[in-house]
Structures are given as C-alpha cells and as structure tokens.
Design a protein around this ligand. Structure first.
Ligand code: ATP
Ligand code: MG
Length: 731
C-alpha cells in the first residue's frame, strides 16, 4: 500500500473491500439500508486516487442531493487529503459544470442562468399579463408541468424547439399562438431565450444535446471521465440514465450502488428497472451484495425488515446486524396533535438531560431528528419545542409561521385588528386586485403627506380615477366590515370568512397549491385549539400577540439543534435518534395514494424513515380533530408490525385497532376499484381523443399489456405512448 492508501481500505468488510478494489469494468452493488454503500463509494474514490494514482478530476461521483454531495466531498477530502475532489455532484450540478465549459458549442454564453421555480413564475406573470390570461386559464403549477412534458422530447426535437430558433423567432411564434398552451409554452421559451436561461429540466437535455451535436465536446468528456460512480441508483430517471450511458461509453468503468427497497421517486420518473436490469445492459457486470447493517441496532433493523416484508413487488435481500442490542423501538398513540407534539418534546428533553437512554448519557440536540411525510405536520411540533425552549432547525423547508401563505393569512387578521401598514402592504394585492407598484407608490406618498395609514390613504382615494379598474373598494369594505364586528366573532370564523371573501383561498386552489392549502387548514386547526384552551379569553388581539411569539423566534447562533425534515430530504442520511411523527393513515401513507404500487412506494418511504435511526427510534401518531374532519387512525405502517417489535407506552385499545383495520380495508378497496376503472381501455383504435397537453389525436394502437395507447397527435410529428391512467376526452 502507498503512503496514503491505508485509510482507503481500512474499516471495510470483505464484500466492501471487493467493491472498492474492483475498479475496472461494470460493477453493481445491491444492498440494504445502512450496509455501507455510500461509505464504499467514498472509499473507492480514495482508493482510485491514493492507490491507482488517478486524478480526482477524472472521476465523476454522482449523489442524489446537494447535501449528500457536500458530505461526500468532506469524506473524500479526509481520505485523500487532497483539496481537489473532482466531480462530486448531483446529475444536475454536473451538467452545470459541463455547460459552463461547453455551452458555447451550441451558441449559449458561459454565464447562462439556471432558473428555479420562482424565476419561471416571474416569467409566467409577464406572459399572463401581456396576453390577458388568468389562473383560470391555467394554474402556474400546471403550466410548469406542461413545460416539463413538452420538453421531454427527443434531442432533435429539443433542438428544433429550443436551441435552434432565435429569440426573435420565438417571439414571433409566441405572438401568433392562439391556444393557451401554445401561448404559454412559446412565451416561456422566448423569455428563457432572452436571458439564456435554462430550467432544471433543461440542464440534462441540453447537456445531452451538446454531446449529440458536437462529437469533439462529447469525446473530451468521455475521455476525461475515467471512472463513474452513482449513489442511490434505485432512483435514477430515464434522462439521467441516458446521460450516464453517454458519459461512460469510452472508458466503460461504471460503478453503481442502490437499494430497491428505497425507491421513493417513481412519482418523478425514477425507474427501478435501471438497477435490476443493469447487468443486461452493461455486461459483463459484477454484482456484489452487502449483507450487514452497520448503522442500526437489531431492534430497529427488525422493525424495518418486518415493515418492508409486507411489500409484494420486491427484490429480496438479507440484512443482518452488526451493532449490539440496544433500546427498544418505542411507540406512542396520542390523543391530539398537541399531545403528540408534547410527548415528542418531553422525550427529547429527557434524552437531552440524559435520563432516558441506557447509561444515561446526555444526548446532544443535534443527534435528534424528527421526520415527517408532509410539511404542515411541523406546526404543532414547533409550538411544543418552543414551549420547552428546545432549539430546532427545519431542513428543506420553512418554519411554519414563516411560510408565506401562513403570513398572508395572519396579515389579513392583523389588518382587521390593527390596520397596520406592514400587513396592508403584504395583502392588499394578494390575491391580485390590480393595486400594483405604481398605485402603491402613490398611496405611500399620499399617506406620508397626510400622516395617515395606507389603508386610510386608499379609502380616501377610492373615487380617484387612478384607482379605476381595481378591486380596492371591495377590499376596503371587507376590512371595515370585519373590523367593526371582530369582537362578535371567533378568530377561527373570522379567518375563514376573510380567506373566503378575499378570494385568497380560491386563488391557491386555482394555482393548485395543495401544500399551501394544507398549511392554511393547519393554521385554522391551531386557532381552533387555541380557542378551545383559552375559552372566553381568546380574542383576536390576544391571539395575534400569541402567534407573534412564534414568528419572531430568535434562532441565535446556537448550533446544537434538533433537526426537522421530510423523509424525502433525509434520504441517505443517518441520525442517532429518530422520531417519525404523524404516523397516521391518510398522512403517512398519504391520502393521495391511488394505486397499490403507490401504497408500496409509501411503505418504502416509511422504510427509509425508520432506517435513518442508529440507536433510538420513536413512532408516534395522533388521533383527534383531523383536517377536513376525517377521523384519524394510526398508520398501517405502525399497526401491521409484528406484536412485540414496538414497545407502546400503553397498549392500543382493541376497539381502536379493529376500527383502524376496517379503515385500511375500506381505503384498499377504494384503491382497487379506482385501479380497475383506470386499467380498462376506454378507447378503440381509430377513435379521436383530446389530451390535456398534447391536444387532439387519433388512437393508433391499444397496448393492453403495458396499459397504454399509441397516439398520433395532430400537432406532432412522432407517435406518443400514453398510459390508460391519464384522463383523455373523447372528441
Ligand atoms: P443507505 O441505504 O441508507 O444510503 P448505506 O448503505 O449507504 O445506507 P452508509 O451510510 O454508507 O450506508 O453506512 C451506514 C453506517 O455504517 C455509516 O455510519 C458507516 O460509517 C457505517 N459502516 C459501513 N460499513 C462499515 C464497516 N465496514 N465498519 C464500520 N462501520 C461501517
Ligand atoms: Mg447511502
């Protein structure tokens, strides 16, 4: 071994060692959670650099998230001592590197812009305004989906659509378009082209396009990347796969690792077959299995194994444990979300004080993580943590009372209560009342001159011709009406009326922002809880003072904090103690599940959640007043576990368990019925149909095996395969 090589091979078991040292050709590692796949990957990188003398810049190492890429870079840095960590990045991040170097090859400048959703929305706003469209024509999120679908074309079509035409040509097409979809699509392409902007979906297609159209550039990258490694390969999607295929074509050294039980992105196009059929496409291929879980206690591994064994579509693997027996996995059924949150906060306080864990060692806050399926769940938990003065940080999301729709809703209440300028500015034009920047400037000057509030300034300007064509009058009247009788209503009623009459909720609904609506429902729920606990005292003013405490929490510089994140964000990470919150049927698994495959994906997601834990795992659910009045039962992911694997504080009442099981059966039969309906072909060959995005076309073939139609759309050159699942209209 060389001078630095020892580290790279130390601390690996025999199979891991084989994976690290089999450097040439195609190698696939299929292994369960916590078996050291990611560790093997980083050691392999170090081995290539330290032992084989490969430059880091000749290695591409692909991770799933930016956070994982950062961690990987640090690990590699520790192992090689080299500052150059080569290309350790997500597929998208890697594409940015390629394009910064070579986008000139197709006439794009190096300083092209990478657009995020808010940039796209800003462009959409311009287009809607210019063409007099409203959200009723199409919501923003639908428009973004439509772009994604229309851009999902062959590389040649991509050139014809996006790269080839100049900004002027796209502008022409935009102006002459008449159908809403085309107006938006070409309007967006024009806006993009004007600033040389590429959105997330473009990055990979565009890179593929650069490679396809310029053999020299392609050859350069193929030659440069002597070794390619991909983590979390079970969640790779078709475009990423294509990119990887191109990149490896010269050296043919490709190393992929994945766990089929952790596929959680099929809803975004991930396809597990790429992992399972890898050896057919890339042969000869060596497959290595890692069987020992180094991460979690036997108690945690048993729970996770038992959970995932309920899935029917599975690639079976064995998973044994290495770590000594530890704490029991604990379960708790709370009577309300507030109780659930209080229980979690109490356990965290105990862990931190060192009174819960064996050996009674105090646990740092940073070693505790709370995972959940949906963002709105954090509200109750945040309140409980604040109450106990437990510091926390939310990853991949915004604290509940900082979320924009929650702030908007509270601003409505504040305007009614205080008529203050800050809240006024926030909501006077949300939803759109045509009180834009110019009119606001006028109001500010007027108000400053007269020393009155903005609301008052607006009231006095209602008859000014400058405010013709706005809905300012309705707004002022609404605020006045509710200010006058605020004391006669409960806060929750007031909020419901304001959100309804202002059109705020309707706007979210037309935008299709389910997550935002969920957050508003959760806010209402919290107000309701506040009212129940305070009784007569629950005035509007008191409530607003109460929430002000939460919205201005000083996060300080303290680094030792409990972490809160969604399960999707926790992919690939590990934490000593994990709480899985809101394990309720309808929340986790989500009520949006529409198929048995969907249910299995939810179970894999629960598997990912549980396998993040090293020492302590706590499964918690809450019954009680649920959103939308649906009764809440413990999740099947909790109740289907073998008795004895989870230690409950109090045994669940038999009647509750029986009711919950009836409820699962009911939702399963609903799913099965929906599936039957979707799986029967509704159209025959020759029939004319309309597709939401692609427009009108003729059915050319009905493929019962793949449950899809082959359709020739009138406006498209090539045929398209459309699954039975998508609603089509007969024309
Ligand atoms: P996931 O499927 O969740 O991504 P993984 O298979 O990538 O998990 P790693 O995160 O690489 O697993 O490893 C899990 C834990 O086990 C890490 O803390 C890692 O350092 C440790 N580990 C892995 N292999 C060994 C080993 N041979 N000796 C000691 N510890 C190990
Ligand atoms: Mg991993």
């Amino acid at each position: 071994l060389g001078p630095m090589g020892e580290d790279a091979l130390r601390g690996l078991n025999a199979e891991q060692l084989e994976a690290v040292t089999t450097t040439e050709g195609y190698v696939r590692v299929i292994a369960g959670a916590g078996t050291g796949k990611t560790r093997t990957l980083s050691h392999r990188f170090a081995y290539l650099v330290n032992e084989l003398g490969i430059f880091p810049g000749n290695i591409l190492c692909v991770t799933f998230t930016n956070k994982a890429a950062n961690e990987m870079r640090q690990r590699i840095h520790r192992l090689t001592g080299d500052d150059d960590t080569g290309y350790v990045n997500t597929f998208h991040g890697f594409c940015v590197s390629v394009l910064q170097e070579d986008s000139y090859a197709v006439g794009y400048p190096k300083n092209f812009l990478v657009l995020d959703n808010s940039d796209i929305d800003a462009m959409l706003r311009i287009i809607y305004e210019e063409r007099g469209l409203s959200l009723r024509d199409m919501t923003f999120s639908r428009a973004r989906d439509m772009f994604e679908m229309r851009k999902c074309v062959s590389e040649r079509d991509y050139f014809r659509l996006m790269v080839g035409p100049s900004a002027d040509e796209l502008h022409e097409r935009y102006l002459s378009a008449t159908k809403v979809e085309d107006i938006l699509f070409y309007g967006y392409l024009y806006q993009q082209k004007k600033c040389f902007g590429l959105d997330y979906n473009d990055l990979i297609v565009f890179t593929l396009h650069v490679f396809a159209s310029n053999a020299e550039v392609r050859g350069k990258w193929q030659g440069r990347l002597e070794y390619i490694m991909v983590d979390e390969f079970q969640d790779i999607d078709p475009l990423q796969y294509e990119l990887m295929e191109v990149l490896q074509a010269h050296h043919r050294n490709l190393f992929v690792v994945g766990d089929p039980d952790q596929t959680i992105y099929t809803w975004r196009g991930a396809d597990i077959r790429f992992l399972l059929e890898f050896a057919d496409r890339f042969s000869p291929c060596k497959t290595i299995e890692l069987k020992r879980n180094y991460r979690s206690t036997p108690q945690i591994v048993s729970v996770a194994n038992d959970l995932i064994s309920k899935n029917t579509i599975r690639y079976r693997k064995t998973l044994s444990t290495v770590t000594p027996s530890g704490l029991a996995v604990r379960g708790h059924h709370a009577h309300s979300s507030a109780d659930e949150a209080a229980w979690i906060a109490e356990r965290i306080a105990e862990l931190h004080a060192g009174s819960l864990e064996e050996g009674r060692n105090p646990v740092d806050y940073r070693d505790i993580t709370i995972l959940y399926r949906a963002h709105y769940v954090t509200r109750a938990i945040e309140e409980a943590l604040v109450k106990r003065k437990i510091p926390y940080v939310i990853y991949s999301g915004v604290q509940f009372f900082e979320r924009s729709e929650v702030k908007d809703a509270l601003s409505y209440l504040r305007v009614v209560c205080y008529r203050d300028d800050l809240s006024f500015m926030r909501i006077v034009n949300r939803p759109k009342r045509n009180v834009g920047e110019q009119r606001m400037r006028f109001l500010r000057e007027f108000a400053a001159g007269q020393r009155i509030s903005l609301l008052e300034a607006l009231r006095r300007s209602l008859d000014d011709p400058f405010f013709r064509g706005t809905s300012a009058r309705e707004f002022v009247q609404m605020v006045d009406r509710y200010s006058a009788d605020a004391s006669h209503r409960t806060v929750s009623e007031l909020l419901a009326r304001l959100l309804d009459e202002s059109g705020y909720e309707l706007a979210l609904r037309t935008e299709g922002s389910q997550e935002r609506l969920d957050n508003l429902a959760e806010l209402r729920q919290s107000i309701y809880e506040y009212e129940t606990s305070c009784g007569e005292e629950a005035t509007l003013e008191r409530y607003l003072t109460h929430v002000a405490l939460f919205s201005n929490i000083d996060q300080g510089m303290e680094r030792d904090k409990v972490r809160l994140m969604t399960v999707h964000a926790a992919k690939g990470l590990e934490f000593p103690h994990v709480f899985v919150a809101a394990l309720n049927e309808g929340v986790f698994p989500s009520r949006k599940v529409r198929s048995r495959e969907g249910m299995e994906e939810e179970r894999r997601l629960a598997f990912v959640a549980m396998t993040r834990a090293c020492k302590g795992l706590y499964l918690v659910d809450a019954e009680g007043a649920a959103q939308e009045g649906i009764p809440r039962y413990p999740s099947r992911f909790m109740l289907d576990l073998k008795p004895g694997l989870v230690e409950f504080d109090e045994p669940l009442p038999d009647s509750l368990v029986a009711e919950a099981r009836d409820y699962y059966r009911l939702s399963d039969s609903k799913i099965a019925a929906a599936e039957r309906l979707r799986s029967a072909p509704r159209f025959k060959v020759g029939e004319r149909i309309r597709h939401r995005v692609f427009g009108v076309g003729s059915v050319r073939e009905v493929d019962e095996g793949r449950r899809a139609y082959l359709v020739k759309f009138d406006d498209m050159g090539t045929m398209r395969t459309i699954t039975f699942r998508v609603p089509l209209e007969r024309v």
